[in-house]
Design a protein around this ligand. Structure first.
Ligand SMILES: [Zn+2]
Length: 382
């Protein structure tokens, strides 16, 4: 068993489900403490990093929830800083998924690919570098295990707020070891129509808010979706809209006076929340449709677009044997770090297709190659 695989198996056995996914009732306080939150994993990683001689710090973000930061300082003056930034939390799972299982060259368990695999590859590469005789003389390397990526990205937002400076962040997510420089953003927008209630026997006396919303849904899913398909980004394709959740009416014999729809709008680099809201409202008005709009996200999920011609990005691409960077559909911490002026590339072993599934796994070959690529890139730095 390699050092990376051993570390990953240990991480899977320490549940770190995001507390936002805590199920109500059932579990005792002790069970809940063992399952939810990143504390166990952060404490364990701190002990691993300390053994490798890395400098340690906990960055308190939320009650009982801290980012764990491990630093390798160069002997000479710091000329550049590389940040390795995977997240520590996972989505929920049943008990069996917290028991790592190895089968046919794969390691199964919650977080195997999203994103404890990246945690294991990044921290192992950095630990081995710290233990090696020759290592970068002028480059500082920081490992930051971040909390809360799966919910509101409180960890990466706190890291940016702490004014940490870095010249490149490698954000751990399962990208099949491809360097990703672009991903879409996500807006959850709520639309509300208002009508006038009346008896179900005399609907002509009321105004039906569900009917008005039905027209809006139809417009969003056909005309607006078609308009979005005309705007293409070279790495990401097009933005999308999904009318995902709707509530309206109280009972069949009352004309509904209120209907609420929540849409998920995936945005391209360059699109802003204010711009998207203006666009939708103006087009609805032009069709004689009326609704009020508000935002449903706790925090903005911006699109990511990192300039692939930045020297460190080019160097990383070369090391991973990639000619061109790629884009992905999923949102992650990279956008938050990037908005905080840290150029960010998403990179990690495993495939997003296995993330959040009932039998999450990672290929052990991908895991080991990830560690190797990271180690080679880090040792190549001045
Ligand atoms: Zn993830």
């Amino acid at each position: 068993m390699t050092r990376t695989e051993k570390l990953l198996a240990e991480l899977i056995a320490l549940p770190s489900v995001n507390p936002a996914f805590a199920s109500q009732g059932g579990a005792s306080a002790r069970q809940a403490r063992l399952r939810y939150g990143e504390k166990q994993v952060a404490d364990f990683l701190a002990s691993v990093a300390a053994r490798a001689g890395l400098e340690l710090e906990f960055q308190k973000v939320l009650p009982g929830r801290s980012n764990v930061i491990a630093r390798l300082r160069p002997r000479n003056k710091i000329r550049q800083t590389i940040l390795l930034a995977p997240h520590l939390d996972t989505v929920g799972a049943d008990d069996a998924q917290f028991v790592p299982r190895r089968k046919n060259g794969r390691l199964y368990g919650r977080g195997a690919c999203d994103t404890k695999g990246s945690v294991a590859a990044m921290l192992t590469a950095l630990s081995e570098l710290a233990e090696a005789k020759s290592r970068p003389r002028e480059t500082e390397i920081i490992f930051a295990g971040l909390i809360d990526e799966e919910n509101a990205q409180a960890g990466s937002r706190a890291l940016v707020a702490s004014r940490l400076k870095a010249d490149l962040a490698l954000v751990g997510e399962p990208t099949r070891l491809r360097a990703v420089t672009a991903h879409k953003g996500s807006l959850w927008l709520q639309l509300e129509t208002r009508g006038r209630a009346a008896h179900g026997a005399t609907p002509q006396l009321g105004r039906n808010a569900v009917h008005e919303m039905a027209r809006i849904v139809s417009w969003l899913e056909t005309n607006y979706a078609a308009a979005l398909r005309k705007r293409k980004h070279p790495l990401l394709g097009t933005g999308t809209v999904n009318a995902g959740q709707i509530h309206g009416g109280v009972q069949p014999n009352i004309v509904p006076d209120r209907c609420v729809l929540t849409i998920d709008r995936r945005t391209l680099p360059g699109e802003t929340e204010a711009g998207v809201r203006r666009e939708i409202m103006a087009r609805l008005r032009a069709r004689g449709l009326s609704a009020a709009m508000s935002s449903k996200k706790l925090a903005p999920c911006l699109p990511l677009e990192t300039d692939p011609s930045l020297p460190l990005v080019r160097q990383f691409l070369r090391r991973t044997g990639q000619i061109r960077p790629v884009g992905v559909d999923f949102f992650c911490d990279a956008a938050v770090l990037s908005a905080g002026n840290i150029p960010s590339v998403v990179f990690g072993p495993g495939d997003i297709a296995q993330a959040h599934t009932a039998d999450e796994w990672i290929s052990l070959d991908s895991l080991e190659r990830g560690r190797n690529l990271l180690f080679r890139f880090l040792t190549s730095l001045p």
